[in-house]
Design a protein around this ligand. Structure first.
Ligand code: SF4
Ligand code: SF4
Length: 311
């Protein structure tokens, strides 16, 4: 490593914070056979709930050098969306807080693209690829590897300063950087609050979740209505579930995010149950067209709204 790498890495770190990222870390690109094995076992137990893409290309998913030949480094960023904002209408369908504002893929990818441009200015000719929850990489494993935090019992990465409500972004590059230490502690200790609070018992004992039982999967990825056996436990949640993160002590003192694009729009904040039940497609697109919710499409989303309102 040349003596300039620590300096250039610190400039990239500074630029990441200027772009609004709340967390930044780096790790040397390496294969992760240990993580590949966990993923393989999880998929073969059926816990990927039919999300076949998770079981494909596991070798590739666990080795950044197979995604980008010559890859030397992985940069991991975190962008907080932690907020105390809540929908105010009585008995309304509940949205997970990560979909309150703008589609996070765009918000993260835009910043990563700028960061990659900055890196290329410092390392002329360097290659790089940016992923905002869009590529086949094991993002949580890389977040731990780059020192951002540990994977909590609920499987989400927790940072000791900002908690777990943050979006991950990754850059793979062939530039050699100065590296952070992997986060080697499990600060969950003997706590089991999330596992005990999960209404469907989806949290396994090995820091993984069973997607077949997880409300996030049942209300978002699942094709078709929420299975009747999980309807009562789903409560009023129509897009995602924050329970295991909301109860986590590491989120109690976490600061509010400072990103206006993730704010809960006033109109959605104040929608009444009646407004939700009468949401037509034009208003769905007006309110959610730029949000992650639009992934669900109008009819399946409205089906969730109707199903939870019947309870
Ligand atoms: S998101 Fe909800 S259903 Fe899924 S593991 Fe967490 S508490 Fe359980
Ligand atoms: S609630 Fe407790 S066990 Fe669950 S992730 Fe938080 S600290 Fe870990």
């Amino acid at each position: 490593m040349s003596s300039s790498e620590p300096h250039r890495t610190s400039l990239i770190r500074e630029r990441a914070f200027e772009l609004g990222f709340d967390l930044f870390g780096t790790a040397p690109a390496r294969p992760m056979p240990e993580r590949a094995e966990v993923l393989r076992l999880w998929c073969s137990a059926g816990m990927n709930a039919g999300m076949g893409y998770l079981a494909r290309d596991i070798e590739k998913r666990s080795d950044p050098r197979m995604l980008m030949p010559g890859a030397k480094s992985v940069i991991v960023t975190g962008l907080s969306y932690n907020t105390s904002a809540k929908q105010k209408g009585e008995g309304v369908p509940i949205l997970s807080r990560y979909v309150y504002g703008q589609n996070y893929h765009d918000a993260v990818k835009g910043r990563l693209t700028e960061l990659l441009g900055f890196l290329r200015d410092l390392y002329p000719g360097a290659g790089g690829v940016a992923y905002a929850d869009s590529g086949p990489l094991m993002e949580k494993a890389w977040a731990v590897e780059a020192g951002l935090g540990w994977q909590g019992r609920h499987s989400v990465v927790i940072n000791r300063d900002i908690g777990s409500f943050f979006f991950l972004g990754l850059i793979i590059t062939d530039a050699v950087l100065e590296y952070d230490r992997p986060f080697s502690e499990d600060l969950c200790g003997s706590c089991r609050i999330c596992a005990e609070s999960c209404p469907t018992g989806a949290i396994n004992d090995d820091h993984t979740i069973d997607a077949r039982r997880c409300i996030s999967n049942l209300t978002i990825e699942n094709r078709g209505p929420i299975p009747p056996e999980f309807l009562a436990a789903t409560g009023r949640r129509v897009y995602g579930c924050d329970i295991c993160q909301e109860v986590c002590p590491w989120n109690r003192m976490a600061p509010e995010h400072k990103h206006p694009e993730f704010g809960l729009p006033e109109e959605i904040e104040n929608m009444s149950l009646n407004d939700w039940l009468n949401l037509d497609e034009a208003n769905f697109m007006r309110l959610f067209g730029n949000s992650e919710v639009a992934r669900k499409k109008y009819l399946p989303f409205v089906q969730n709204v109707t199903d939870v309102a019947k309870q």
